[in-house]
Design a protein around this ligand. Structure first.
Ligand code: DSN
Length: 414
């Protein structure tokens, strides 16, 4: 068999060995991290293309470097596809990733010290929605909303009350660990009532929106940010979609406000992934992400796992392990040793610190890409349950590691 890394193997065998080890790890394990996916060979081809060699500060038709004949066309194609797929008036495809995309929105609309209303990190929000640990929590006055304690779903009354009380300039809807859909229309009403800009961060569920398996925030939000590499299954990178009236200030915030030259190879790969996401097969993929997550959730509930909000209507599940008497971190590490890759996560009203929280976040997107259906996710549930019931016994973990490796052989990487 020819080497999968012929060029690196010749110049840097040490690194080639690492590349091959990671490829093997991905091939032989079950990926349950809700924000991860497997990009297609076409997407990966674009990321490793000669486009990597070009500097292109500026925007199509208005660059600070010459030689943009092809790059301009590529960026225009990505923009046109993003606008068409999501029905957006304007698209900026240059943000390096989700955090810079969100920061660009802060820069576009706020002055330091202005008030922002976002979802609390421990209730499922993202670092850039105002966590103290992030620049967003240091430079702006953050007010946080969370879930209703009884339903464990978003508390819209609390969002409205906090908005009336604090009069934020920016309201952020969106999450990185909330297993339910968001009522974007209610957020729009609240933003209108207090005269705030509404930002929806749809990074986690953008692929579901593209495939019609989740409501779209576009008709409701002033600005929508998303990464390209989660459910959307593209390269690392991000996009900002907005109404035309905000286009100039968003573009200016991304470049020159926050970034230098765009990563052209990633822009091209975004264009490719948007083309893939516009196909009928992708709608089927998005629908299966949700149905797989729902049947995964039902299986876990049958085994006595406590799920935040009692289930899911998107691609992710948040397990509260407190009724099992085990912490999220030791369980995530034990699952990893068995080849079941997930992440420990805070749960709402967690009594443990974020470094050692009580939850485990699971997701369906990556393994749905590799062909897992409901039967395969039932198998995963059995493995998780056996490991937890054994109280993380190493002999059980080792036995399951062998089963997982053998099982994965039938589900190749794209
Ligand atoms: N770090 C991502 C996640 O895992 O949800 C969000 O940016």
């Amino acid at each position: 068999m020819s080497s999968p890394t012929p060029f690196t193997s010749r110049i840097d065998p040490q690194h080639a060995a690492l590349l091959q080890a990671e490829e093997k790890r991905q091939r032989e394990t079950v990926h349950l991290i809700a924000s991860e996916n497997f990009a297609s060979a076409a997407v990966r081809e674009a990321t490793s293309s000669p486009l990597n060699n070009k500097y292109s500060e500026g925007y199509p038709g208005a660059r600070y470097y010459e030689g943009q004949q092809v790059i301009d066309e590529i960026e225009r194609l990505a923009i046109a596809r993003a606008r068409a797929l999501f029905g957006a008036e304007h698209a900026n495809v240059q943000p390096y990733s989700g955090s810079p995309a969100n920061l660009a929105v802060y820069l576009a609309f706020l002055k330091p010290g202005d008030t922002v209303l976002g979802m609390q990190l421990s209730h499922g929000g993202h670092l850039t929605h105002g966590s103290k640990a992030s620049i967003t929590g240091k430079y702006w006055k953050i007010v946080s909303y969370g879930l209703n304690r009884e339903t464990q779903r978003l508390d819209y009354d609390q969002v409205r009350d906090l908005a009336r009380q604090h009069q934020p300039k920016l309201i952020i809807a969106g999450h990185s660990a909330y297993p339910r859909q968001i009522d974007f229309a209610v957020f729009r009403q609240i933003a209108d009532e207090v005269g705030a800009i509404l930002l929806v961060d749809m990074a986690h569920f953008a692929g579901l929106v593209a495939g019609g398996a989740h409501p779209s925030p576009i008709p409701h939000a002033d600005v929508v940010t998303t990464t390209a590499h989660k459910t959307l299954r593209g390269p690392r990178g991000a996009m900002i979609l907005c109404r035309s009236q905000h286009a100039a200030r968003i573009d200016k915030a991304v470049f020159p406000g926050l970034q230098g030259g765009p990563h052209n190879a990633n822009t091209a790969a975004i264009a490719v992934c948007l083309q893939e996401a516009a196909q009928p097969e992708f709608a089927d993929y998005a629908r299966r992400c949700v149905s797989n997550a729902q049947s995964f959730a039902s299986g876990l509930l049958e085994k006595g796992f406590d799920l935040v909000s009692g289930g899911t209507d998107n691609h992710l599940i948040l397990v509260d392990l407190r009724n099992k008497g085990l912490g999220g971190k030791p369980v995530a590490k034990a699952l990893d040793r068995a080849g079941l890759v997930a992440n420990y996560n805070a749960v709402p009203w967690d009594d443990c610190p974020p470094q050692n929280p009580s939850g485990l976040r699971l997701g369906s997107p990556a393994m749905t890409t590799r062909g897992f259906g409901e039967a395969e996710f039932r198998r995963v549930t059995e493995w998780i349950d056996r490991i937890v019931r054994s109280r993380l016994d190493e002999s059980v973990i080792a036995a399951i590691a062998g089963e997982v490796r053998a099982f994965c052989a039938a589900y190749p990487l794209p």
